[in-house]
Design a protein around this ligand. Structure first.
Ligand SMILES: [Fe+2]
Length: 325
């Protein structure tokens, strides 16, 4: 069975505003208005049910616009849920208590299905660092962990912590926060009708894709280095950094035919692409200079992947590039 691709997070931040993203950055007044709207929604729901919420707030435009071919496009309950989770993220200020999302039974079911399908593939395709980091985060198919719970395990290992984001940050903003060991992540869940597919980075991608390698000191330090270099990079260099991050930390592969191993979070969280990349992609030698000049298409399975002989080679070459900047 062929599944459409998952699109990892840095891509979401690369898309134009208005597509799968909140419509605009909010100032303090905007955040206050959102909080009031969120409160109103809660009051209406508790007092009168979801129907009242839809009736009273129908004049309020969606915060998150979905593509017409998104699995949840015609699902008003899902769209309202996405708006609510975006509101929580937009209202969040770094340093505040994390706005943990109480996930619904339906969302828990999607998480369970995704993990049960991905886990066996990880055993044969994931890199050693990923497999070592995964159990340290305590993920189980039985419950979606909150960011608070993940951070309690992650921070003592590498100093990294997750902070919620609604989607509307640029690649530069995303990478600059890595310098402080902050990984901006989305909290919403993909649509229940397609539990193995997401057109955007969701909580499965962020936690299952990125989490275990953020728990690895070597890969965590690489993430931090990306951030440190981004802080002083001009736009030309930022473009190179985005491509390096994409082809290594989202889609990096090493090994040889018959025994490829993956370090990239995009592949590690995509059931479809993880199962077929070796046959469907043009596998090219891992070359930092070539990668830095190679654009990518974030809207489909990757046509080109760069394959190193080892994870040490990926780490060594990335570190050499970043420390020379
Ligand atoms: Fe990602």
């Amino acid at each position: 069975m062929s599944w459409p691709p998952a699109i990892p997070c840095i891509l979401q931040r690369y898309r134009p505003p208005g597509v799968g993203q909140p419509k605009g950055a909010l100032d303090a007044a905007g955040r206050r208005a959102l909080r009031e709207k969120s409160t109103l929604r809660s009051v209406l729901r508790e007092g009168y049910g979801d129907g009242a919420v839809r009736t009273k707030l129908r004049h309020v435009p969606d915060l998150v616009e979905l593509d017409r071919d998104h699995p949840g496009f015609r699902d008003p309950v899902y769209r309202a849920r996405r708006n609510h989770i975006a509101e929580l993220a937009l209202a969040y200020k770094s340093g505040d208590p994390l706005p943990n999302v109480p996930y619904t039974a339906e969302e828990q079911g999607v998480w369970r299905t995704a993990l049960e399908h991905l886990a066996p593939m990880h055993q044969t395709r994931a890199c050693a660092e990923y497999l070592a980091g995964y159990p340290k985060l305590g993920f189980t198919a039985g419950a979606i962990p909150s960011f608070t719970e993940v951070n309690a395990r992650l921070a003592p290992l590498t100093g990294f912590r997750l902070e919620p984001v609604a989607g509307l940050v640029t690649p530069r903003q995303f990478m600059e926060r890595l310098a402080d060991r902050v990984f901006l992540a989305t909290q919403y869940m993909r649509h229940h009708s397609a539990p193995l597919y997401t057109p955007e980075p969701d909580v499965v991608h962020e936690l299952v894709g990125h989490g275990p390698l953020l728990a690895d000191p070597t890969f965590a330090e690489l993430n931090r280095l990306f951030g440190e270099v981004t802080l002083r990079a001009d736009e030309v260099l930022v473009e190179k950094l985005i491509r390096l991050y994409w082809y290594a930390l989202e889609f990096g592969v090493y090994g040889k035919p018959g025994d490829y191993r993956v370090v990239g979070a995009g592949l590690l969280s995509s059931f479809g692409e993880l199962g077929r990349f070796a046959e469907s992609a043009n596998l090219r030698p891992f070359d930092i200079d070539v990668i830095a000049e190679t654009p990518f298409d974030p809207t489909d399975y990757q046509g080109v992947l760069f394959v190193a002989e080892s994870s040490e080679r990926i780490v060594r070459d990335l570190r050499a590039f970043l420390t020379a900047m």
